[in-house]
Design a protein around this ligand. Structure first.
Ligand SMILES: Cc1cc2nc3c(=O)[nH]c(=O)nc-3n(C[C@H](O)[C@H](O)[C@H](O)COP(=O)(O)O)c2cc1C
Length: 327
């Protein structure tokens, strides 16, 4: 029996280029053991051209999904196979990113314009691996934004046998808006995504776009199967501390920010001992105390010292700026 998704997909951290690096994902694991994490988008061609180091990760990051970008079925299939060999829990195809770079490669959001071709890519990936394959897309692109279009698009993906889609609940404009604007200007339409659950009851639907709290996640989960959060995890990573107990109901206690910071010190020491620079990890703790009184002093201290070695001590001293005391 093929596997289409995993329990971890109930809450996932969105793929974000230059953000969801291995260091970010290791930081995420201090908050949640259960959530699904994603890589940044990796071009299938880079993998087929031998850049297999792009597929390296720390086992502690699991469960981890590899997101691929590409539009040639054979290359996507070959890259998916390498991803399976590298030990990823699942493979995801990016069919929703509108950046110029991605458009010039004719992949990402532009793939929505040709649902049949998109389906042939998904099919090739599915045939190549036995781990789950999902697609991340949007509700529409340019003038193709009617409810019928969204159904046709999702129907094409469904017809391949794929049973997990992640839908950013807004369309994008390929011309005229920057990728950043395409994440805020077109209006969110959660109802459109919820409606798809009626059309495709056995499709695992993850909703994405503008979700910023655990309460909002729980509301969305009344209508669909999974939630995916992106920018909220950058601005307020501490919200992930409630994920295991409140989204996965695993009975675990919610860690305090102080506990997270203490664990971050241990992680920083390991990270640097492995030969990495502290800043790649430390930057993901800049917003740990977002909205806590005194957080500006913590943040200022940490950002000032990010480029220095000795991250464990730097984190400890940054914390002392916040609360005037020792950890
Ligand atoms: C800095 C940044 C980089 C992103 N890179 C990717 C990417 O590599 N692949 C992708 O599918 N989406 C990418 N996205 C889009 C997010 O995955 C997500 O769909 C979008 O931010 C909406 O979710 P949010 O409102 O929870 O942030 C990126 C978003 C940001 C902010």
């Amino acid at each position: 029996m093929p596997v289409f998704f995993s329990e971890a997909d109930r809450f996932s951290a969105a793929p974000m280029v230059d953000v969801t690096t291995s260091a970010f994902r290791r930081a995420c694991r201090l908050y949640t053991r259960k959530a699904m994490l994603y890589t940044e988008m990796i071009a299938a061609d880079a993998i087929t051209h031998g850049r297999l180091s792009l597929l390296e990760f720390d086992p502690a990051e699991q469960p981890l999904t590899l997101q691929l970008g590409g539009c040639v079925p054979e290359a996507l299939a070959a890259a998916a196979k390498e991803g399976e060999k590298a030990g990823f829990a699942a493979i995801n195809l990016n069919a929703g990113c509108p950046s110029d770079k991605v458009q010039s490669g004719a992949f990402g959001a532009v793939m929505m314009k040709d649902p049949e071709h998109l389906a042939s890519c998904v099919k090739a990936m599915q045939d190549a691996v036995s781990i789950p394959v999902s697609v991340k897309t949007r509700i529409g692109v340019d003038d193709l934004d009617s409810p019928e279009f969204t159904r046709t698009l999702i129907g094409a993906i469904y017809s391949t046998g794929c049973r997990h889609v992640i839908i950013h609940a807004r369309k994008c404009w390929l011309k005229g808006l920057s990728p950043k604007e395409n994440r805020s200007v077109p209006p969110l339409d959660y109802a459109r995504v919820y409606g798809l659950k009626q059309d495709f009851p056995d499709l695992y639907i993850t909703i994405n776009g503008g979700i910023a709290s655990i309460e909002q996640c729980l509301e969305c989960l009344k209508h669909v199967d999974g939630v995916m959060l992106g920018r909220a995890l950058i601005d307020n990573p501490y919200l992930m501390a409630r994920v295991d107990s409140e989204i996965f109901n695993d009975g675990s206690a919610v860690k305090t920010r102080g506990q997270i910071l203490a664990e971050a010190q241990d992680l920083a020491a390991r990270f640097e001992a492995e030969g990495h620079r502290f800043r790649h990890l430390g930057q993901h703790f800049l917003n740990l105390f977002a909205s806590v009184p005194g957080s500006k002093r913590y943040r200022r201290y940490l950002s000032l010292h990010l480029s220095e070695p000795g991250g464990a001590q730097i984190l400890k001293e940054a914390y002392a700026q916040l609360c005037g005391g020792e950890l």
